[in-house]
Design a protein around this ligand. Structure first.
Ligand code: ADP
Ligand code: MG
Length: 592
């Protein structure tokens, strides 16, 4: 027999979708407060929110006559027609939260609007109104939820430990604090204040408050605007990265979201900046026209879909590159946590004898270790660092020093160039720089028929692995796009008549050999990503370790590097530059 479920049961079922755990309640209540225009919020939880959640705001309040309506399913003041769904500019719109919450808990709400003289207090449990009284109170809304899931034992069973429930709540409120720096927020857990914001801080201060100075000191500001996408926020410089994406927080039109397009764009933007397996820290606030996103994908409203995905993707990549490809973004050699007594140059890294391959690895390890250290000393550092943030001050931006114009000091270990500008001493990895130039030269001209070739007086003869016979014609076409003119020469060899003009003969030969070596018999020449990888790899082995460079050679290298799109990382993501600021050096000697 088919029947329509009564309201009581259907509300409970609907509640299951919206209210999964204490976090969902906090999220819905806080979103309601924000939608109500509040600029002051208190969030209080006890026992992970399982027994007690309070959200108080100073927003618009609910009219006494409408309180019951607010707790009715699909009762909403935020949209009224189907068209409204196409451009949602509030956080809520489904009219499901309060009814769902009330169906599975005990609720006490006190609310007062500006127009009414008194406030109204309503108690509801299991969806039924128990009492409604007039009370004296200030404007706004105060909601207390107790005994969550008291009437749905199956759900109650799935509740986790206090801390497993409170951690995501604290995380969520942190995100809200970041997204809404103008709202004063206080978060209290088991009678202890977790954090509070004043509603007057800028985002950078809030990041420092929530994540520590070590994090906030290593961020680059993002500011991007085109005709529809506006992006602001912060991304980490190359001094800090994480082994996971937990520190990547995205907001779209004021809403914390999970979104693949954004995630992929960020990965793309850092692809040639971080080594494999490391992820940047990202705090990004995107705004797109409300009619160009769909937030109505799941009741929890965590997912959004962009109508113009490619535009958002491109805007993100461009905005990160803009911030990242600057001298200010060059990683520092000395960690901010450098402290008296603990002489650490390079910072304390234990390197086993067998791992001591090269000074470059050593420095890389040191740098990485300094990234991992950190948060512990933040408090002291906050005191210490006061007034010393040259790079992040509000002072008008200085003329960005050009790489080609750095003063050259010389080269050390036949591997690193030493150079300086007004503020910093730079170590430049000669080999990585060369690799970057080589790679960009090849890619710039790739397939464009504008490759400058040099005809070889004595053609090169290069062996081709026998296994690649079937791909031979394709290979000849591909290397032609890179600027090599090659022909079959029988017996698994090519004769190479011309090479790209910017390559030396040895480099060209090494490149080709590595290129042929890396291609597998089943290689797919339509896969551009794979093709790039092979080219990158071949570039690396084409660059031979050079002797110490003369000053003129260094100058030429830096000028070429300056012309690159990303002069700061080799194609594999390793840094080309590291720097030591004058201030860092001072710290080193004064042992402050
Ligand atoms: P939605 O937010 O999707 O509209 P809710 O069930 O969360 O649905 O809330 C129902 C209605 O109750 C809202 O549309 C709003 O009018 C009112 N409301 C809820 N919380 C508040 C609040 N803190 N301040 C003012 N009004 C509120
Ligand atoms: Mg709501």
């Amino acid at each position: 027999m088919i029947r329509i479920l009564d309201k009581h049961v259907s509300d409970k079922i609907a509640a299951g979708e919206v209210v999964e755990r204490p976090l969902s309640i906090v999220k819905e209540l806080v979103e309601n407060s924000i939608d109500a225009g509040a600029d002051s919020l208190v969030i209080e939880i006890k026992q992970g929110g399982k027994n007690y959640i309070r959200v108080s705001d100073n927003g618009s309040g609910i009219d006494p006559k409408e309180i019951e309506l607010a707790f009715t399913r699909h009762g909403t003041s935020k949209i009224s027609s189907e068209e409204d769904l196409n451009s949602i500019d509030s956080l809520g719109f489904r009219g499901e939260a309060l009814s769902s919450i009330a169906a599975v808990s005990r609720v006490e709400i006190i609310s007062k609007t500006l127009d009414s003289t008194y406030g109204t207090k309503v108690k509801i449990s299991g969806g039924m109104v128990n009492s409604k009284d007039t009370v004296g109170c200030g404007e706004g809304t105060n909601i207390i939820i107790t005994d969550l899931f008291y009437n749905t034992p199956a759900r109650l069973k799935f509740m986790k430990s206090d801390s497993s429930e409170s951690t995501p709540i604290i995380e969520f409120i942190s995100h809200v604090a970041l997204a809404y720096p103008n709202i004063k927020i206080r978060l209290i857990n088991n009678d202890k204040m977790i954090f509070s914001t004043t509603g007057k801080e800028d985002r950078e201060k809030i990041i420092a408050l929530l994540y520590g100075k070590e994090v906030s000191n290593n961020l680059l500001p993002i500011n991007y605007q085109d005709d529809r996408v506006h992006i602001e926020g912060f991304v980490s410089n190359l001094n800090q990265s994480k082994p996971n994406r937990r520190y990547q927080i995205y907001f779209v039109n004021g809403r914390v979201v999970e979104n693949k397009t954004i995630q992929e764009a960020i990965a793309k933007a850092y692809e040639d900046k971080l080594i494999l397996g490391r992820h940047p820290l990202v705090f990004l606030f995107l705004n797109v026209p409300p009619e160009e996103i769909d937030v109505n994908i799941h009741p929890n409203k965590l997912q959004v879909k962009f109508q113009k995905e490619a535009e958002v993707y491109n805007a993100l990549v461009a905005s990160v590159n803009q911030a990242q490809n600057t001298m200010a973004a060059v990683p520092k050699l000395i960690p901010k946590t450098f402290r008296p007594g603990a002489i650490s140059f390079p910072p304390q890294v234990e390197i086993k004898k067998e791992e001591q391959t090269s000074i470059r690895d050593f420095l890389a390890k040191a740098r990485q270790a300094s990234n991992e250290q950190g948060l512990s000393q933040v408090k002291e550092d906050m005191e210490f660092d006061k007034g010393h943030y040259q790079e992040k001050s509000d002072a008008p931006p200085k003329e960005e020093p050009r790489i080609g114009q750095l003063s050259i000091i010389g080269s050390v270990f036949a591997t690193y160039i030493l150079a300086k500008d007004e503020d910093c001493l730079y170590l430049i990895d000669q080999h990585a720089a060369h690799e970057r130039i080589f790679y960009e030269e090849l890619m710039k001209k790739y397939g464009k028929n504008e490759v400058h070739q040099q005809l070889l007086l004595r053609p090169l003869v290069v062996n081709r692995p026998r296994t690649l016979s079937a791909l031979s014609q394709k290979i000849i076409e591909e290397v032609l796009k890179l600027g090599f003119e090659a022909e079959e020469f029988g017996n698994n060899t090519y004769i190479v008549k011309s090479i790209p003009s910017h390559l030396g003969l040895e480099e060209a030969e090494a490149f080709l050999l590595e290129y042929l070596d890396t291609i597998s018999p089943g290689f797919d020449f339509n896969n551009q990503v794979q093709k790039d990888q092979i080219i990158m790899k071949a570039c690396k082995s084409a660059i031979k370790a050079k002797d110490s460079l003369e000053v003129e050679e260094i100058r030429a290298l830096l000028v070429d590097l300056d012309k690159c799109e990303n002069p700061f990382n080799c194609p594999h993501g390793r840094p080309i530059f590291v720097k030591l600021s004058a201030y860092d050096i001072e710290r080193l000697f004064k042992r402050m």
